[in-house]
Design a binder for this molecule. Structure first.
Ligand code: HEM
Length: 154
């Protein structure tokens, strides 16, 4: 056997083993490329679960629950599901008002940054409760945050 043969038969298994160990230990990309946030969250079932938990928290929070007095919460949850589905890159089925018009009457009732912050807190808390990974929560929060000016009529 020539020296090349020795390299192949003696060292190759070690080289392969070292490669396997290296690859196995390498952090995998946290986000499967090309998937929308909606898909990464778990699609319709996950968004539905999140919105239900979210509104339970909102209605229990005395800082903001008064804004929802007299609101049909089944309809509201359905609109929110459709809106977030669209905002997170899922199917576009939202037919409600844009964020500025949809909250204009609430701005007249005093809706401000502190209320928006409370909503953001509940959104984050909900996703955390559903064991959504931190990097995805951050992306969802950024999308929700991007509506702040419109929601608050600024
Ligand atoms: C991330 C920010 C927010 C998003 C994405 C959002 C989303 C929505 C959507 C999609 C609607 C339905 C609009 C329509 O009638 O067609 C809505 C309505 C409403 N939102 Fe928000 N909202 C946000 C922030 C807030 C905040 C901070 C409050 C108050 C604390 C609030 C309270 C309400 C209420 C009370 C309604 C129902 C209005 C009514 O039917 O009279 N929202 N929101």
């Amino acid at each position: 056997m020539g020296s090349f043969g020795v390299v192949i038969f003696v060292f190759l298994p070690f080289i392969l083993l070292a490669l396997m160990i290296l690859l196995a230990g390498k952090p995998q990309p946290a986000v499967a490329s090309g998937q929308s946030i909606y898909q990464q969250l778990g699609g319709e079932a996950a968004v539905n679960a999140a919105v239900d938990i979210f509104y339970r928290k909102v209605l229990k929070d005395a800082r903001i629950s008064h804004f929802f007095a007299g609101v049909d919460m089944d309809k509201q949850a359905a609109k929110q599901k459709a809106f977030l589905t669209m905002a997170f890159g899922g199917p576009h089925k939202y037919t409600g008002e844009d964020m500025r018009r949809g909250h204009a009457h609430l701005v007249k009732q005093g809706l401000n940054d502190s209320h928006f912050d409370a909503v953001m807190e509940h959104l984050g808390g909900t996703l955390k409760e559903l064991n959504v990974p931190g990097h995805l929560i951050a992306q969802c929060a950024a999308i929700a945050e991007s509506t702040r000016k419109d929601v608050l009529g600024k």
